[in-house]
Design a binder for this molecule. Structure first.
Ligand code: NAP
Length: 281
């Protein structure tokens, strides 16, 4: 068997097109849309990610204001900036970029992101509401996992989905979104015993770990759908996921690529959330 490739590029383009239309209407009505990205790191891969968000925002008519506080920013300075952006009527979406300086944590600071502008679902209020099944912006990557499965017509109701990874930004919110879609969800992590034994019973496997090649053919049931969330930089400047593509493609029924799978959908959803935040009273 050779797995079908579940690209995210068409879906991302469709989301971007709709977002651009909505951003243009808001601009015509006198409310141009602005996304603020707060940065407090000199990390190069973070800088690359921020540049890619800014470039994607520009293409859909959203202004991206990068507020760079420097890698030595204090917790108070970051919190104060988030609060000021929350009070600024000209700012519609706020992202706090990681990594953060020593002593600062996303869990601690995300509560200072205004709920209505929390377009990457980082505020514990957003996460709690998501867990309770109430309206809130979900973390874009978690939403992208479900969106890409929907786009390719993968049924979730009643199916067993194994999510490998339990982070607050990807694994846990993805599990909640999948539960909302009536999947039977198993969440696996670094202390899970017999990972392959569990994941190889899943109809859908979501890998969100950050370890290249962790998921091999032994982890995948024949014909299963595999969503590779991992984005791991390679020595030659490329990007690989968490899935050992060569062995898994021979067993799985379908597989999202890296790059070109979850990543572009994530960025598109972040911008879509921003226009939705701008359109909300
Ligand atoms: P993270 O916070 O480091 O969490 C990694 C998770 O993987 C943890 O829950 C950890 O378990 C688990 N884990 C580590 N080693 C494991 C093992 N050997 N077996 C099973 N589970 C293991 O990472 P993250 O922020 O969730 O990101 C995960 C990946 O997604 C990274 O590659 C990241 O770059 C990528 N990502 C991609 C996008 C995108 O747009 N495509 C966006 C965000 C993140 P413990 O909890 O027990 O430590």
């Amino acid at each position: 068997m050779t797995a079908t490739v579940l690209s995210g590029r068409d879906l991302a383009a469709a989301i971007r097109a709709e977002t651009a239309t909505r951003a243009a209407l808001l601009a015509e009505a006198g409310s141009p849309v602005t996304l603020a990205v707060v940065v407090a790191t000199a990390d190069e891969s973070s800088a690359w990610y921020v540049r890619s968000i800014a470039g994607a925002a520009a293409k859909v008519g959203i202004t991206c204001d990068v507020v760079d506080l420097g890698a030595d920013a204090t917790v108070e300075a970051i919190r104060g900036t988030l609060e000021a952006l929350g009070a600024d009527d000209g700012v519609h979406g706020i992202i706090l970029q990681t990594p953060l300086p020593a002593g600062a944590s996303l869990e601690d600071l995300a509560g200072a992101i205004a709920f209505g502008k929390d377009v990457d679902g980082a505020n514990p209020l957003s996460l709690g509401r998501l867990a309770a099944g109430l309206p809130a912006f979900a973390p874009a990557t978690a939403e992208a996992v479900v969106a890409i499965l929907d786009h390719h017509g993968i049924e979730l109701g009643g199916r067993h989905v194994a999510v490998v990874g339990r982070s607050t930004v990807v694994g846990k919110p993805a599990a909640h979104l999948l539960l909302d879609r009536n999947a039977t969800v198993t969440i696996c992590h670094s202390r899970t015993k017999d990972l392959a034994g569990l994941t190889s019973t899943a109809d859908v496997l979501v890998a969100a770990v950050g370890r290249p090649g962790l998921i091999t053919a032994a982890h995948v049931a024949p014909g299963a759908v595999v969503v590779d969330v991992g984005t791991n930089p390679t020595a030659d400047g490329g990007l690989v996921g968490d899935v050992d593509t060569t062995s898994v493609a021979a067993v799985a029924g379908a597989l999202t690529p890296v790059p070109g799978g979850v990543g572009p959908v994530t960025t598109a959803l972040l911008l879509s959330h921003t226009v939705r935040a701008a359109a909300s009273p």
